[in-house]
Design a protein around this ligand. Structure first.
Ligand code: ADP
Ligand code: MG
Length: 343
């Protein structure tokens, strides 16, 4: 009869890492979400060899108290929620306290941080197995830098699933774009192997926000889309919906955010499809960058570890509002009308 024993923290983290850390792109998602949760206004991302060799995310957010640095790398350690009730209205992107623990268990990770007014920055380093990180002084302005080297160096089975540098980088770039669209007010800079790939300044005005959408989605999308902004019963929907003439053969230009969080949701997809039903040819996919805002208490984001799914308390109302808003916008765009000129 096999004996029962507790998993070592290291093994438990590596198993948990399987859920959230699939490839460099998933690491970047977690690191960027942490930077945004920390109130960063500027995020610099440096990537080498598709992110397998190096991922570095540097932000100017609130930083981490030196006493908390080792804790930041522990599992189920978070500064974002305290009790179950907090989940009801969680406004941060993270809250599970899993990401840094998971990533650090499958890479060589360095976390450097300085808080407001501190004379000194502090740093912790871990190398996969090391669960007792050492804290040492370092130089860093207010904010945090997380450096992740040699992803999956100690989990060769996982490493084998990584694709080419080019493929891994394109997944990673897509993640940066998604997050860059969710926060127009934050500057994002992405470099790959030393070369600038995205340089997005913080947008101060609507025209600058449009420019960011054009940088990320291509100028043609902005030129051939309708800008909408509609509100009903505590729900707001705003953003850009591509004209039927700007449809795609793949569903690859579809961004839908709920309270700033990118989601992929059957209900949302259905409402959008219905709205476009009469104006799109079969097999074509609509294009959109849409933001829905509603009371966090009526939407559950704690459905899945990657948090791509949500559950609406009143899904019928959300569906109707989405469908009718988009349907109306598309119907008002009569044939022959030219779309609003891009600025
Ligand atoms: P979660 O984001 O779910 O709380 P993480 O493992 O991603 O869990 O991060 C653990 C904790 O480390 C966070 O709750 C936060 O307090 C801190 N942290 C991580 N990254 C940053 C950052 N870039 N700036 C400030 N604090 C951070
Ligand atoms: Mg996090």
């Amino acid at each position: 009869m096999p004996k029962i024993h507790l998993l070592s923290p290291r093994l438990a983290n590596q198993i948990a890492a399987g859920e959230v850390v699939e490839r460099p792109a998933s690491v970047i998602k977690e690191l960027l979400e942490n930077s945004l949760d920390a109130g960063a206004t500027r995020i610099d991302i440096d990537v080498e060899e598709g992110g397998v060799k190096l991922l570095r995310v540097r932000d100017d957010g609130c930083g981490i108290d030196p006493d908390d640095l080792p804790l930041a790398l522990s599992r189920h350690a978070t500064s974002k929620i305290v009790e179950l009730d907090d989940l009801e209205r969680v406004a941060t992107l993270g809250f599970r306290g899993e990401a840094l623990a998971s990533v650090s268990s499958v890479s060589r990770l360095t976390l450097t941080s300085a808080i407001e007014g501190a004379e000194q920055a502090w740093q912790v380093e871990t190398e996969g197995r090391d669960m007792q990180p050492r804290v040492q002084p370092a130089a860093h302005p207010r904010g945090t830098t997380v450096e992740v080297r040699d992803l999956f160096f100690n989990t060769p089975a996982r490493r084998k699933f990584l694709r080419t540098e080019k493929t891994e980088f394109s997944h990673l770039e897509e993640v940066v774009k998604r997050l860059a669209l969710s926060r127009f007010d934050v500057a994002f800079n992405l470099r790959h192997n030393g070369k600038p790939v995205l340089a997005l300044r913080a947008a101060q005005s609507e025209a600058e926000a449009r420019r960011r959408v054009a940088s990320v989605c291509g100028p043609a999308f902005v030129e051939q889309s309708l800008q909408i902004d509609s509100e009903r019963g505590g729900l707001r929907l705003w953003g850009w919906v591509g004209l039927p003439t700007f449809s795609r053969s793949q569903a690859d230009l579809q961004y839908f955010y709920v309270n700033g969080r990118l989601i992929r949701d059957k209900l949302v997809a259905h409402a959008v499809r219905q709205a476009y039903r009469d104006v799109l040819y079969n097999g074509r996919h609509p294009t959109f960058v849409l933001f829905m805002e509603l009371d966090p208490a009526v939407v559950d984001v704690n459905v899945h570890p990657t948090k791509h799914e949500v559950r609406f308390r009143d899904s019928r109302m959300v569906h109707d509002f989405l469908f009718s808003t988009l349907h109306r916008a598309l119907a008002e765009q009569r044939p022959g009308d030219s779309p609003a000129p891009a600025q």
